[in-house]
Design a protein around this ligand. Structure first.
Ligand code: GSH
Length: 335
């Protein structure tokens, strides 16, 4: 598959690392810029862990705040030493203060936003890709020629599940992964109330899907991209989205027992998930960088704990939950 690398200053980067692209798989050649708070960067970092790429692709981690203004300027910052903010790192390639410096090295006319995640190529000195859905897909296979057979076999997009994954990803992205932002950043009461039911309609639907498939993953026995996409949003849900984005018709830990059991298992038992989750970065990013939503920047301490510990593995013993508000049920019925 080949995409245009970067169509111009208004566009992001969409290339792939692969043996038949200009971006050949090589150990140490690529560098991934992420924020530990960001659910989209989380996707890329999770695949990096799941596929055993942590020694092949190094990372730099921006601080969770401050964020840029409404146009994104000046955007994410790196600490100037690794001690400044725990688990944020200096820019290991260039020692930059701002992530935008890296973007301007790739295109000095760049006019888009300075997003994490972003993958940099040291050899051609440019960005390869800054779109999490593409990185999630591409990093699964791009480095296979460097990996042992057991790692090569790991795929999150197996051929026989592709149509299901594509179908569910589309509404999960619209209603849940970005749905929480559409509710949380709503400029007025009416928009907020209009955008909220989709979030819980999609959760209701997912609660049933996971229950029917019997676990341990969303589609049953195989971990897929859906688990990565869902995890990155659900692990932030109770701790941030419920209060900060006012997605408070229910909590995962209270209204969604199946999704709650799934989430806890992913966090505690599935390699890569706990290691890539940092609740301090998550909580402080949202609550200390959205001045219009939380002007005093006080980070709520609860809920406590960030994630609970014990979980049921036999989903047939769990009665699925959900939110029964009529607007939510109406949305769920459309999915
Ligand atoms: N298209 C991007 C969106 C990523 C994204 O929204 N990242 C946020 C952090 S969670 C960001 O870096 N925002 C900077 C900005 O909006 O200026 C993707 O899915 O990779």
């Amino acid at each position: 598959m080949s995409r245009s690398v970067h169509a111009g200053p208004e566009d992001g980067w969409h290339a792939t690392v692969s043996p038949d692209s200009q971006f050949l798989p090589e150990k140490g050649r690529y560098h991934l810029y992420i924020g530990l708070f960001c659910p989209f960067a989380h996707r890329a970092n999770l695949v990096r862990h799941i596929k055993g790429l942590t020694d092949i692709i190094a990372i730099s981690v921006v601080k969770p705040y401050p964020k840029g203004d409404h146009k994104g300027w000046p955007g994410w910052q790196f600490p100037q030493s690794d001690e400044e903010y725990p688990d944020a790192t200096v820019d290991k390639l260039f020692g930059s203060k701002y992530l935008h410096e890296v973007y301007f090295k790739a295109d000095k006319e760049y006019k888009g936003r300075y997003f994490v995640p972003a993958l940099w190529d040291k050899k051609t000195k440019t960005l390869v890709n800054n779109e999490s859905a593409e990185l999630l897909r591409d990093l699964q296979t791009g480095f296979d020629s460097l990996l042992p057979p057991a790692q090569v076999r790991k795929t999150l997009y197996p051929a026989h599940l592709r149509s299901k994954i594509d179908e569910i990803s589309a509404w999960m992205q619209r209603d849940l992964n970005t749905g929480v932002y559409k509710a949380g950043f709503a400029p007025d009461q009416e928009t907020y109330e209009k955008n909220l039911p989709a979030v819980f309609g999609s959760l209701n639907k997912l609660e049933k899907i996971v229950h029917e498939n019997g676990g341990p993953y969303v589609l049953g026995k195989e971990m897929t991209e859906l688990d990565v996409r869902l995890y990155a949003t659900l692990v932030r849900f109770d701790v941030v989205y419920v209060q900060h984005f006012k997605c408070n018709l229910g909590m995962i830990r209270r209204e969604y027992p199946v999704l709650h059991a799934w989430l806890k298992r992913m966090y505690w038992a599935e390699p890569g998930y706990k290691e890539t989750t940092n609740f301090k970065h998550i909580k402080e990013n949202y609550t200390k960088s959205h001045q219009d939503i939380n002007p005093k920047a006080i980070t709520p301490v609860g809920p406590w704990p960030d994630i609970e510990e014990f979980y049921e593995e036999d989903y047939s013993k769990i009665k699925p939950g959900g939110v029964s508000m009529p607007e939510v049920l109406e949305h769920e019925a459309k999915l």
